[in-house]
Design a protein around this ligand. Structure first.
Ligand SMILES: NC(=O)c1ccc[n+]([C@@H]2O[C@H](COP(=O)([O-])OP(=O)(O)OC[C@H]3O[C@@H](n4cnc5c(N)ncnc54)[C@H](OP(=O)(O)O)[C@@H]3O)[C@@H](O)[C@H]2O)c1
Length: 277
């Protein structure tokens, strides 16, 4: 293999990629990179206004992007989004499941014990992260099964390996995402085609809107004890930047990862390798 062949693997020209939760912090960064590598990206989010806003910030090419509404917990809405994407760009070649997140009320606190976590908040977190991923894989994976090729990339988390304190539902849901990633990788390869790959990334700690309330003091902006503990347990000594995910995302979507399926790649500055001593 020479340099030209190697770099050609990361040329996404003509690839159709759907990103659920694509208007979010991490999904938006992935959309940016994929358009830059030539892909045609459908930014699927329940809030199309935010998706449109993201599009205004995307580079002018070489790929293209458009916003499409869809709720990952509502299969008919995903199917409708799928029809729109088919008309606009053609068959979906890759799916990134970036819709997900925690809920403050599913988080234990001084005034909210584990025993008092409301059912609604627990269901919200379990459904959004796990079922939202499963439903999206059903709706966008069926065409991959029919055509015999495609790539799915799920977003797990550090807490899938060992749960983090305070967020039981989010930890369980992401452990479910990692487990489901392995299950679907085997199922697709054995039942449909070894050319359908299913993998996940497990981002470490990225300061975003969904975890800011846990990591920084809302008045002073200083690190909370939890934020300090994360930094102390991250050998690289910093929080991740959304761009830190891109190398692994492009690799897993590309033919460079042709023999890689069923893996969950930590992108965590060494957090999961460090025992604390
Ligand atoms: N940030 C981190 O440190 C971190 C670490 C590990 C893993 N992750 C995971 O990475 C993924 C992306 O996280 P992020 O930080 O980019 O979060 P984010 O900025 O909140 O992005 C998530 C996006 O998903 C959308 N969404 C929520 N529910 C949806 C639904 N039912 N249907 C369609 N879209 C929906 C959100 O819209 P709304 O704003 O309208 O809710 C938002 O645009 C999530 O799975 C998250 O759990 C994040």
């Amino acid at each position: 293999m020479d340099l030209q062949e190697l770099t050609a693997m990361y040329d996404m020209t003509g690839r159709v990629v759907v990103i659920t939760g694509g208007a979010g912090v991490l999904g938006g960064e992935m959309a940016h990179a994929l358009v830059g590598c030539g892909a045609n990206v459908a930014v699927l989010d329940r809030d199309t206004a935010r998706a449109q806003e993201l599009l205004r910030r995307l580079p002018g090419g070489p790929g293209r992007a458009f916003a499409v509404g869809g709720d990952v917990l509502n299969r008919p809405s995903l199917q409708q989004a799928g029809d729109t994407i088919l008309q606009k760009f053609g068959n979906v070649g890759a799916l990134i499941n970036a819709a997900g997140g925690n809920h403050p009320e599913a988080t234990t606190a001084a005034d909210r014990s584990f025993f008092d976590l409301p059912e609604e908040a627990l269901r919200f977190v379990l459904d959004l992260n796990l079922l939202g991923t499963v439903f999206s894989c059903q709706v966008f994976g069926v065409g991959m099964a029919q055509r015999g090729h495609g790539v799915i990339l799920n977003i797990s988390s550090m807490n899938a390996f060992r749960p983090l304190t305070r967020i039981p539902a989010y930890s369980a849901a992401k452990a479910g995402v990692s487990n489901f990633t392995q299950w679907l990788a085997v199922h697709m390869a054995q039942q449909y085609s070894p050319r359908i790959r299913v993998n996940a990334i497990a981002p470490g700690f990225f300061l975003t809107e969904q975890n800011r309330y846990l990591l920084t003091d809302k008045d002073s902006g200083a690190w909370t004890p939890r934020g300090q503990a994360i930094l102390a347990h991250t050998p690289m000594g910093r929080f991740g930047q959304p761009q830190d995910l891109l190398g692994a995302v492009l690799w897993l979507l590309s033919p460079a990862a042709a023999f890689v399926t069923g893996v969950v790649i930590p992108i965590d500055g060494g957090f999961s390798a460090f025992n604390g001593v």
